[in-house]
Design a protein around this ligand. Structure first.
Ligand code: AKB
Length: 339
């Protein structure tokens, strides 16, 4: 007999940390974590099993398939945008081949259970590629289907995986006699940069926001690699985790699309510095711009249109820039570095 469970890949990453804690309170079946590294010991009590393994290893996925009956897969494992530029082929393998492996696992599970398996995929505003800064500043809130010409390997990977997931939800093996009996209930959110008080990102281009506030809280000088007027959307990790819960709980007939934009606030790097200084007046934050990473941020929108998420599943961010810092980031980060 297979055991009922939920699977989280990339469980030790930033989103995984928040999601495991949220599922601990809400999930009706045990949570199984898969990550290339051991999961943070603090999270282990929330897990039924902590599998150390690679999403590219078919033996690992076969073993999960034979032992668990999965009602949902949260496929978080990925190489982020800056790291992927340095290792584009590995990024393609992890981000695309890995996602196809997990979608195939979901199909196998759906087929054997005779019901769709829910599949959450965190996409990113990196799917956008705005040709120049002038266009970016004029574009306003960019809709889901505009400017889809990513300028990074990560953005290409995310965009293609959005399409792969949508294909698995709507058309997978449509010519088969039993088509429709093994669909994947794919749901995806395009996240802006995420800022967590608990973890630091690694290998992303939006990392400067998190690095700035974590450095300030520890009294460490920080040079931001983005220009003072560099701007892109952000959101707190608790808002992101709540959004995942909401889209996964939404009745499927409410979803007019499979991939949704969401956002919360869009400060420039100078505005981020300013708000951090109001909470940490002695923080030393300078600017040492990395032109290549700046180019990536310049290709991402200032704002995204999130009206579809609002209308279809009632999305509303809890935090604006002010409350993100005063109500969440600053108290939680101070607590984290108190000793
Ligand atoms: C990155 O910078 O790679 C990510 C993202 C915006 O998707 N945080």
């Amino acid at each position: 007999m297979r055991k009922a469970a939920i699977l989280i890949t990339g469980a030790n990453g930033e989103i995984g940390h928040g999601l495991i804690r949220a599922l601990q309170d809400t999930a009706d079946v045990p949570v199984v974590a898969l990550d290339i590294q051991e999961v943070d010991p603090a999270l282990r009590p929330a897990l039924h099993e902590n599998i150390v393994g690679n999403i590219l290893d078919q033996n690992v996925l076969d073993s999960i398939n034979s032992r668990y009956e999965l009602s949902a897969i949260y496929h978080l494992a990925a190489l982020l945008s800056t790291r992927a530029e340095f290792s584009p082929k590995i990024a393609h393998q992890v981000n695309v081949d890995g996602t196809l492996n997990l979608l195939t696992l979901a199909v196998d599970q759906a087929r054997s259970q005779g019901r769709p398996v829910k599949f959450f995929f965190p996409s990113s505003l990196a799917v956008y590629g705005i040709p120049d800064l002038e266009t970016k500043l004029k574009a306003g809130a960019v809709k889901e289907d505009d400017f889809l010409f990513p300028q990074t390997m990560y953005g290409c990977n995310k965009l293609y995986c959005e399409l792969l997931g949508t294909y698995h939800a709507r058309y997978y093996q449509r010519l088969a006699a039993d088509a429709g009996t093994f669909r994947v209930d794919f749901r995806s959110i395009r996240f802006p940069g995420l800022i967590s008080a608990v973890t630091l990102p690694a290998g992303g281009t939006s990392d400067y926001a998190s690095e700035m506030v974590h450095a300030a809280a520890q009294g460490i000088p920080y040079d931001c690699f983005i220009r003072e007027d560099g701007v892109m959307p952000f959101m707190t990790m608790p808002d992101a985790i709540r959004a995942i819960g909401e889209i996964m709980a939404a009745p499927v007939e409410r979803l007019s699309r499979r991939v949704y934009n969401i956002t919360a606030f869009s400060p420039s790097a100078a505005e981020l510095r300013q708000i951090i200084l109001t909470h940490f007046p002695r923080a030393e934050i300078g600017f040492k711009v990395d032109d290549r990473r700046q180019d990536i941020v310049d290709s991402w929108p200032v704002e995204v249109d999130q009206s579809a998420a609002r209308e279809d599943w009632g999305w509303q961010p809890a935090d604006d820039l002010e409350s993100a810092f005063s109500g969440y980031l600053v108290p939680a980060i101070k607590e984290r570095y108190r000793h």
